[in-house]
Design a protein around this ligand. Structure first.
Ligand code: MG
Ligand code: ZN
Length: 233
C-alpha cells in the first residue's frame, strides 16, 4: 500500500509561507512574538496589560487567534487600534497563511512589535512556524505544576516561559520549585518569569520585552531562521 505524507506536505507549505512572513516582518523591523498557552492561562489579559503599560513607548499590533468569537480582539482594541481577530473555525492552531492574511490588514510599517495570540492550545501551535522571531510559552498556576513536563515541545521552543496567576498561589496546590525545575531540565537556557497579569504584576515580562525590542534577535540571525531553530542547534 502506498501512503501520502500529508502532514509533512502541509508543514512544508506552511514553512514556505512562514519564511515569506518572516522576511517581510524583518525588512520592516517588526519584532514578532508568537504567544502560546492553554485556554484560560491569561494570554489576552497579559496582552491587555502589556498594551496598556507600553502605550506611547512602543507601537504594537496584535493578531488574535480564536475559533469563532471576536471577544479577545474587542478587549485588546481598547488599548491599541492595530488588532485583527483571526477566526480558525474548528482549527486548533494558527498557520502561516492565516497570519499572512492578518498581517495584510495591519499597517506593519508603523509597528515596532507584533504579538500573535495563538489559539488556546499547548500542543500543535508549537509545530507551526508563523514567521515569528520568538515563541513564548505561557502557563498558569491554576493549571497544575505538571503542565510544563507534560508539554515539553512548547518549552523546547520557547525563548522565555511565563507562569501567570501567581496571586492565586495561596489558594492552589502548585509547586513553583518543581515547575521551574522541569522547565530548566527541558530547556536549560530558558528563564521562567512569574507574573500576575490580572493584578498588573508583569514587570519582569515588560523588562524582557523591552530588552528584546531594543536588541531584536533578527539582527543577529540569517533572515529566514526563527530564533528557536537557531537556539536548538
Ligand atoms: Mg485569549
Ligand atoms: Zn492544531
Amino acid at each position: 500500500m502506498k501512503t501520502v505524507p500529508i502532514v509533512e506536505n502541509v508543514l512544508k507549505l506552511n514553512d514556505e509561507v512562514a519564511s515569506i512572513n518572516r522576511k517581510l516582518l524583518r525588512e520592516l523591523g517588526v519584532l514578532t512574538i508568537d504567544l502560546i498557552g492553554g485556554p484560560g492561562c491569561g494570554k489576552t489579559t497579559l496582552l491587555e496589560e502589556t498594551l496598556r503599560r507600553l502605550k506611547g513607548d512602543h507601537a504594537i499590533g496584535v493578531l488574535a487567534g480564536d475559533l469563532t468569537t471576536t471577544r479577545d480582539a474587542d478587549r485588546l482594541y481598547q488599548w491599541c487600534d492595530q488588532v485583527v481577530q483571526i477566526n480558525t473555525g474548528k482549527g486548533c492552531h494558527l498557520d502561516a497563511n492565516q497570519v499572512r492574511q492578518g498581517m495584510a490588514q495591519l499597517d506593519l510599517g508603523a509597528l515596532d512589535a507584533l504579538f500573535i495570540e495563538n489559539v488556546g492550545n499547548l500542543i500543535c501551535p508549537v509545530g507551526f512556524d508563523l514567521g515569528q522571531d520568538v515563541k513564548v510559552g505561557m502557563f498558569s498556576v491554576s493549571e497544575g505544576d505538571d503542565k510544563a513536563v507534560k508539554h515539553p515541545y512548547v518549552v523546547y521552543e520557547s525563548s522565555v516561559v511565563l507562569l501567570n496567576k501567581t496571586d492565586l498561589l495561596p489558594h492552589v496546590a502548585f509547586d513553583v520549585t518543581s515547575f521551574c525545575a522541569d522547565v530548566k531540565r527541558l530547556n536549560p537556557e530558558v528563564d521562567v518569569l512569574e507574573l500576575s497579569a490580572g493584578t498588573g504584576q508583569i514587570d519582569p515580562w515588560l523588562r524582557w520585552l523591552s530588552d528584546l525590542i531594543a536588541s531584536p534577535p533578527s539582527s543577529r540571525l540569517a533572515c529566514d531562521e526563527p530564533v528557536s531553530a537557531v537556539r536548538n542547534v
